[in-house]
Design a protein around this ligand. Structure first.
Ligand code: H2U
Ligand code: ZN
Length: 349
């Protein structure tokens, strides 16, 4: 028998942030890159679209009108999934039927007045304004006494269910800590208790030392493909310094985050020369009034594309019934992304 190599042989990988496992089958693709990249016809969007409900000056579906905003703009979601006023109550029947009212708040953030741009096409200064607005919203929403968790996220691309190509994201604050952050909270707290340091701080130190999965590194932030990535080109942005949330970042660090966000998404767009779809979101310390020294600020990117601008990875069958599975390894994905031009492909056309 040959010696086991995790880059060659089927194996399981552990996600220390959630406690989940994934299955990796590298033998199914010795070569990560198989053939040509299909180009998709890309519509060129106008800078302003009179029919877009996010463009400055336009009326939204709910009847309100957007101001003539110049950089970012935030508003309460006209179709909020969570509402600040909800009658408090519980429904319990025996052990098996449980329900509880949930109070919350949902907002939409426009990243830019320009309808035709996306994060990788925006300049770092403008992305920094998005970081500033995220910070302000996390702080303000998190201060509300009924809000224990603030989820900031972005759906990009219609295959991710994004309703509009205008660059935007969402914020959902709520009175309980949702499933994924709750798993991360438990794991980070356990690690911190044992080692007196953050789990992601120690993880990042070892990733930087190895370099194998690193995509972008500046003085304050790193983007990498996590060892336990489930989506083919999954990535994570981590702060080098152990801070729990955006509010703990210095001015320079906020620029560092904007720079890292841009560089990662440029790589993504260059991979298939298309506007690369993903769901991304920040994971920050709960806003439950407790100190969270264990929490280490990070941002996840879950992109569905696998082999081209149209072939996506399905999380079905085994993934739904058992756990996620991937063929191309995290190391191969990182190598592929790193090999791409650092200049956005549209600027080369
Ligand atoms: P997504 O593209 O990720 O679906 O986000 C857009 C959000 O914008 C969505 O939650 C809201 C939708 O409810 N929206 C408004 O608040 N006002 C509108 O006029 C249309 C869409
Ligand atoms: Zn628009």
């Amino acid at each position: 028998m040959e010696k086991f190599e995790f880059t060659e042989h089927s194996h399981r990988r552990y996600n220390p942030l959630t406690g989940d496992w994934i299955l990796v089958s590298p033998h199914r693709t010795k070569r990560p890159w198989q053939g040509k990249v299909e180009k998709v016809n890309q519509e060129k969007r106008p800078e302003y679209d009179p029919k877009c409900y996010l463009c400055p000056g336009n009326e939204r579906a709910g009847g309100k009108t957007n101001p003539d905003y110049k950089d970012t703009f935030v508003f309460q979601n006209d179709f909020s999934a969570l509402l600040p006023e909800v009658p408090e109550g519980e429904f319990t029947k025996g052990e098996l039927f449980r329900a509880k009212s949930e109070q919350g708040i949902c907002k939409v953030i426009c990243f830019s007045p320009r309808h035709d741009l996306t994060i990788p096409e925006m300049d770092v200064k403008s992305i920094r304004k998005v970081v500033d607005l995220w910070t302000k919203e996390y702080e303000e929403i998190g201060k509300l006494d009924y809000i224990k968790h603030v989820q900031i996220f972005e759906n990009k691309g219609d295959i991710m269910g994004c309703s509009n190509p205008h660059p935007h994201g969402q914020i959902w604050g709520q009175e309980s800590i949702p499933t994924e952050p709750a798993k991360e909270l438990a794991k980070q707290a356990e690690y911190y208790k044992k080692h007196g340091k953050t789990l992601l701080g120690d993880y990042l130190e070892q990733e930087i030392e190895s370099g194998e999965r690193i995509l972008v590194e500046n003085d304050y932030f790193v983007a990498l493909v996590p060892f336990w990535a489930t989506w083919p080109y999954e990535a994570m942005i981590l702060s080098k310094r152990a801070v729990g949330s955006l509010t703990g970042l210095s001015d320079e660090e906020r620029n560092g985050l904007a720079d890292c966000y841009k560089k990662l998404t440029v790589m993504y767009d260059n991979l298939f020369e298309t506007s690369f779809p993903y769901s991304a979101g920040l994971h920050q310390a709960p806003t439950d009034g407790n100190d969270h020294p264990e929490w280490h600020l990070h941002m996840h990117f879950y992109p569905p594309l696998l082999r081209s601008a149209t072939v996506k990875k399905f999380m079905v069958g085994y993934e739904m019934m058992a756990n996620p599975q991937r063929d191309i390894t995290a190391e191969q994905s990182a190598e592929k992304l790193r090999s791409l031009s650092k200049i956005h492909y549209k600027l080369n056309q």
